[in-house]
Design a protein around this ligand. Structure first.
Ligand code: B12
Length: 302
């Protein structure tokens, strides 16, 4: 480090100290500057993913700092991060890129074979041939491949009351992290209620609407698909349970229900969610309806 750099650093420190004294410096968490060895490149910025920096207030001189802190604590949205002129701060940009990287990994990741094996799930595919096509062609993710139909016909029990299937959807992490917890709760809950369950399996590159195709082969009263939700910049491993009463050709989301945000990271934990899914299945069987029709019937309307 040459003399000029040292001088500039000393000046910056002195100015920041003076601004702090006057209460003008931003209420941003800072870390001591990192000293570079000769020839070494140092990015002198604290790790923005650490909790104290992720949640730090970046607004300079907020009118009501406590109020702003309370507001920011209510959400994972990027509130009160401040800006550098018209642009986001480097800290915000890096954090965004980090979180975006996690969403990409969730979308392009694969559901672990060991998770499938533990629950004895065999794998079939939709008519999608790769992940890019999955993202571009949701319609193909709603259709089983011919081979899948054949395999399901050969390996699965027919006409159970409830058929549970698992799909990767938009987040493999959602399935990897939550399926081992939620699945046994659903299985146990249905068993103790005396409700019969079909042979579960895993559908790669699946969309919600694939349950219509599944039930053409299975003929269940209720089909439940546990699949990964679109990852967000706050949470990337949330699972959903979508379900419908006697799904089949032409059935839409209006005839389906969903239990969403199943995750330990700020959603409903998978154990509780599993119990809720079982309750919803019981209602669906009782009223022989799902979606809007179930709401109407359960509330006494027609
Ligand atoms: C993307 C999305 C949508 C998109 C779906 C378009 C698409 N092709 O992907 C649009 C904008 C159309 C949408 C609309 C609605 N949505 Co929406 N949506 C989501 C979101 C952000 C992600 C869903 C996801 O990742 N699905 C997984 C992928 C793999 O599924 P997919 O097959 O690609 O897409 C299907 C599902 O997303 C499904 N879907 C989306 N929303 C809903 C809502 C219900 C009740 C059902 C049964 C199905 C459904 O529709 C798609 C086509 O079949 C979730 C948030 C979350 N935390 O899950 C909310 C969410 C699922 N939606 C919700 C709601 C309320 C709705 C609407 C009823 C809003 C309204 N009042 O109009 C409508 C209903 C739409 C419908 N399909 O009939 C709520 C459900 C709450 C609940 N427990 O009932 C959620 C959880 C958001 C929230 N936190 O409030 N939605």
């Amino acid at each position: 480090m040459n003399q000029a750099t040292v001088d500039i650093e000393a000046i910056v420190q002195a100015v920041v100290a003076e601004l702090r004294k006057r209460g003008v410096a931003p209420a941003v968490a800072t870390a001591p500057p990192v000293k570079a060895a000769p020839g070494e490149l140092v990015i002198d910025l604290p790790d923005p993913t650490l909790p104290e920096f992720r949640r730090a207030i970046g607004v300079e001189n907020p009118y009501d700092l406590d109020g702003l802190r309370n507001l920011c604590a209510t959400t994972t949205a990027r509130l009160g991060v401040g800006r550098a002129g018209p642009r986001p701060r480097t800290r915000s940009l890096l954090l965004f890129q980090f979180d975006h990287g996690i969403t990409q990994e969730a979308i392009y990741g694969e559901v672990s074979e060991s998770v499938k094996e533990k629950l004895n799930l065999f794998t079939v595919t939709t008519q999608v041939s790769n992940r890019d096509e999955y993202l571009l062609r949701p319609d193909l993710g709603r259709k089983l491949s011919a081979e899948a139909r054949k395999m399901i016909a050969e390996r699965c029990a027919k006409k159970p009351q409830v058929q549970v299937v698992v799909g990767d959807g938009l987040s493999a992490a959602a399935v990897n992290n939550n399926l081992p917890e939620i699945y046994p709760v659903i299985e146990q809950g249905l068993k103790s209620a005396g409700i019969s369950m079909g042979t579960p399996f895993f559908i790669q590159n699946a969309r919600v609407g694939v349950i219509n195709d599944v039930n053409e082969v299975i003929g269940a009263d209720v089909v439940v698909i546990l699949l990964g939700e679109r990852p967000g910049l706050g949470v990337a491993d949330a699972l959903s349970a979508y379900m419908g009463y006697r799904p089949g050709p032409g059935k839409t989301d209006a005839e389906r229900d969903v239990v969403c945000m199943i995750t330990y990271h700020g959603g409903t934990n998978p154990l509780e969610a599993g119990a809720y899914v079982v309750e919803l299945i019981k209602q669906t069987l009782k009223y022989q309806a799902s979606g809007v029709e179930l709401k109407l019937k359960a509330s006494g309307g027609e």
